[in-house]
Design a protein around this ligand. Structure first.
Ligand SMILES: [Zn+2]
Length: 274
């Protein structure tokens, strides 16, 4: 009898542990994918040295809104909403990239019934213009950014336009955003000095890693290719290995933000992932 009880207790402990690993015991509710721009690159080899030189490439650009019992987290803010009114888009990087927008981030949040003041956290993968374009739209949100990224961004000719009222929380390394392990910022430097990615453990969909720009498209992921403009090549490769390890550990999917063929397969808001 006593042995049976001990066995039962052991089984229960294992089951409880499994439930926590699966995220079932977390407050994570849903994830929305939002349209946050299209980037047209004049020459793909800017991102894949020696490969497809002179060939144009189109990138998707997404933002992700995560609803947790403890608040809303917006991951990245995309290209500026003002680009939606520019018929020829906005040309950046000395003509290498053109940003376009078919719909604004503001309109998509409104359609979901979300006001900027409802967004508890805005976390940015890094400070390039196609990720921080709308950061000032959330004046009362806490900004989660790596300290290394913030400090570096402030030395750049074009600085992110933070709102003066924003609470900027400089993260050092990984961060469990809601304290239950369901949404974790992963430090993945290399593309920029303080680049970060996001591990999301959804109750039904399972584990996802939102890449940021740790990698730009599937072929570069498979070939472990590093864009020549990246801040640090060795850090980039170490970060890709780290993401691969995390994916294996959680049997997760990698959602590569700028990979258009992959994004074309995703459900966009108002649909969502649970
Ligand atoms: Zn980007």
């Amino acid at each position: 009898m006593r042995t049976k009880l001990i066995v039962l207790a052991a089984i229960l402990a294992v089951l409880t542990g499994a439930a926590m690993v699966m995220g079932a015991a977390s407050g994570l509710e849903r994830l929305y994918v939002l349209h946050c721009g299209q980037n047209i690159g004049k020459d793909q080899s800017r991102w894949s040295p020696g490969v497809n030189e002179g060939k144009a490439i189109e990138f998707s650009d997404n933002c992700y809104l995560i609803r947790h019992a403890k608040g809303l987290l917006l991951w990245d803010t995309g290209v500026p909403d003002a680009v939606a009114t520019m018929p020829d888009g906005m040309v950046v990087a000395n003509g290498a990239i053109t940003y376009r927008r078919t719909t604004t981030l503001a309109a998509q949040l409104t359609a979901l019934g979300v006001k900027p003041a409802d967004v508890t956290y805005v976390a940015v993968s890094h400070t390039h213009g196609d990720h921080v374009g709308n950061i000032a739209q959330f004046p009362s949100s806490t900004i989660l950014i790596q300290g290394a990224e913030y400090d570096w961004a402030m030395t750049q000719p074009t600085k992110p336009a933070f709102a003066a009222t924003q609470n900027i929380e400089k993260v050092a390394g990984d961060r469990d955003v809601f304290g239950d392990g369901s949404v974790t910022i992963l430090s993945t430097p290399g593309h920029t000095p303080g680049h970060q990615s996001l591990l999301v453990l959804l109750p039904k969909t399972g584990a996802l890693v939102l890449s940021g720009d740790a990698v730009h498209f599937r072929d570069n992921w498979e070939q472990r290719r590093v864009p020549s403009m990246n801040f640090n090549r060795d850090q980039t490769l170490a970060s890709l290995q780290r993401i691969a390890t995390v994916l294996a550990e959680h049997k997760g999917q990698l959602w590569i933000n700028h990979d258009k063929p992959q994004s074309d397969q995703l459900k966009y808001a108002p649909q969502y992932y649970e």
